[in-house]
Design a binder for this molecule. Structure first.
Ligand code: 5AD
Ligand code: SF4
Length: 493
């Protein structure tokens, strides 16, 4: 059971049991326990709506990565099933911030937003505010909220997101700030409601947490140890999504290449992909993120032979300097990375490679930086996410005393960005004039009469079309390469 309709029907049954006095307390087992709280909240929200004589609106703001985006779909699923209408405006009755803490600026943004919310709450005293996600896993953040942002109603973390309904119910019943943060968990709760942002594509978690401990990264501390979902649960979820109109899925994990190692019956990521490929009606498979140290020959072979796995691989390099990579605890060096890229390109000459790069890691010299530039020139990425190193309290790199001056980092960052853009332009040109399959995603907001679709490589193409094409895979001629995207023309079949 997972569809909103099935869960709604279950809630109606539970509401009846509660009304008849046959269910007087929350069941112990999950997800039944959460269904109980959803039923209780439904009743509460309905009463509130009648009191106010209007609908109640909820706004969920998501910061950070695809994992967080997927988590937010779970939050929205619960909010909708208990009776809230969705809105983009933060002047809502309930605002949820699903936060990120990977870099400090993501963190600062949240505090900025909170200031704004306190004003809205003064005008609407019934308004509720919840904070969750990665930032909440940091003790100093929760302390700050307790001290300086007393108007926040609910604080929870990444491990107990499935308990959202129960926590919200406690907040309503006790009328006091609720804080519930877990350090870690080995629980994975299936079968909760979920509201997808797109009808035709969806993320699917295959694992949670991370065991790598890269020395700059806070993720292992806020997302906990690696846990893989059972393959059958993943397959069932994808089959259900396909039955509901999904044609493209993105398998999600911090390090998908180490999928399955901790299962009772261990399974490799490549084996999982082969099973996913068999699902009828599923057209496209993507995944992220890959760690170069765990990317196997088996995976390259499965990708190369697949009809469904997209020709795109996000392979974060972080730095081109073997010395820096060692300091980063990445467990591969420049040579290993470049050999891996060669192998991948040999097996799939049309592959689109993308990456993440950090500039200004403590102790990075000009020579180290030039090694990074060299990797970028050699690999020729289709695109790269470039980040300025951000010191994250609690990580080993934050304790290093050789932090790089801001002006030096800025200069390196600009040079790197110019190189990345030059490569991206050249790379886009290589498909110019070709006809490729495109999944139409949306109406183009800038060009009237145009739609936007995504190629197997992940690049976008804008071409004349209409709403009826959204969610369909069509053939498009890539008439003009524009750097990071194409302009195209629909082809007959
Ligand atoms: N500073 C800058 N960038 C970081 N990333 C992770 N931690 C940091 C940090 N402390 C980047 C990495 C990672 C991406 C998701 O964020 O490049 O791959
Ligand atoms: Fe995602 Fe990491 Fe940011 Fe958490 S800290 S939202 S896992 S990028």
């Amino acid at each position: 059971m997972n569809s909103i309709i099935e869960i709604s029907e279950r809630l109606v049954e539970i509401e009846k049991l509660i009304a008849e006095g046959r269910m007087n307390c929350a069941p112990e087992s999950e997800p039944e326990r959460q269904y109980y709280y959803m039923a209780k909240l439904r009743e509460h929200i309905e009463r509130k709506k009648q009191e106010l004589g209007r609908p109640l609106y909820a706004c969920t703001k998501t910061f950070g990565c695809q994992m967080n985006a997927r988590d937010s779909e779970k939050l929205v699923g619960i909010l909708k099933i208990i009776g809230y209408e969705e809105t983009d405006s933060e002047k809502a009755d309930f605002v949820v911030y699903n936060t990120c803490t990977v870099r400090e600026n993501a963190n600062l943004k949240v505090y900025g937003h909170l200031g704004l919310l306190s004003n809205y709450k003064k005008k609407n005293p019934d308004m509720m505010i919840a904070m969750c996600g990665c930032m909440m896993q940091e003790e100093h953040v929760v302390e700050k909220i307790k001290k300086s942002y007393r108007f926040v109603d609910l604080v929870f973390g990444t491990h107990n997101i499935y308990k959202f309904a129960e926590l919200l119910y406690n907040r309503v019943a006790k009328n006091a700030m609720i804080i519930d943060i877990w350090k870690d968990t080995n629980m994975i709760v299936e079968e909760l409601p979920l509201e997808r942002k797109f009808k035709f594509k969806s993320g699917v978690n295959i694992m949670f947490g991370c065991n790598n401990f890269c020395s700059y990264c806070i993720v292992p501390y806020v997302r906990g140890r690696e846990r893989s979902r059972e393959p059958q649960d993943i397959i069932n979820e994808i089959k259900m999504l396909v039955a509901d109109g999904v044609v493209e899925i993105m398998l999600l994990g911090q390090n998908v290449n180490s999928y399955g190692k901790n299962l009772d019956a261990p399974m490799t990521f490549a084996e999982l992909l082969k099973e996913v490929e068999k699902i009828e009606g599923l057209e496209r498979i993507r995944f992220m993120t890959s760690h170069p140290k765990d990317l196997s020959d088996e995976l390259i072979e499965v990708m190369a032979n697949s009809k469904k796995i997209c020709r795109q691989l996000h392979l974060p390099v972080q730095s081109g300097s073997s010395r820096v990579l060692k300091e980063m605890n990445r467990v591969y060096d420049k040579e290993h990375y470049l050999n891996l890229v060669d192998k991948i390109k040999k097996a799939m000459p049309d592959i689109s490679l993308t990456t993440d790069i950090i500039v200004g890691f403590p102790g990075e010299t000009e020579e180290d930086f030039l090694e990074t530039m060299d990797v970028v020139k050699k690999v020729k990425y289709d695109s790269a996410f470039t980040f300025i190193y951000s010191k994250r309290t609690g990580t080993p790199a934050a304790a290093k005393d050789n932090q790089i001056p801001e002006d030096v980092v800025k200069d390196r960052f600009d040079r790197l960005l110019a190189e990345v853009q030059k490569n991206a332009n050249e790379q886009t040109k290589r498909f110019e004039g070709q006809v490729q399959k495109v999944l139409v995603e949306e109406l183009n907001s800038q060009l009237e009469g145009y739609v936007t679709g995504r190629l197997s490589s992940g690049l976008l193409v804008h071409f004349p079309g209409d709403e009826s094409m959204i969610g369909k895979i069509v053939s498009v001629e890539l008439s003009e390469a524009k750097g990071f995207y194409y302009l195209g023309q629909l082809c007959k079949s």
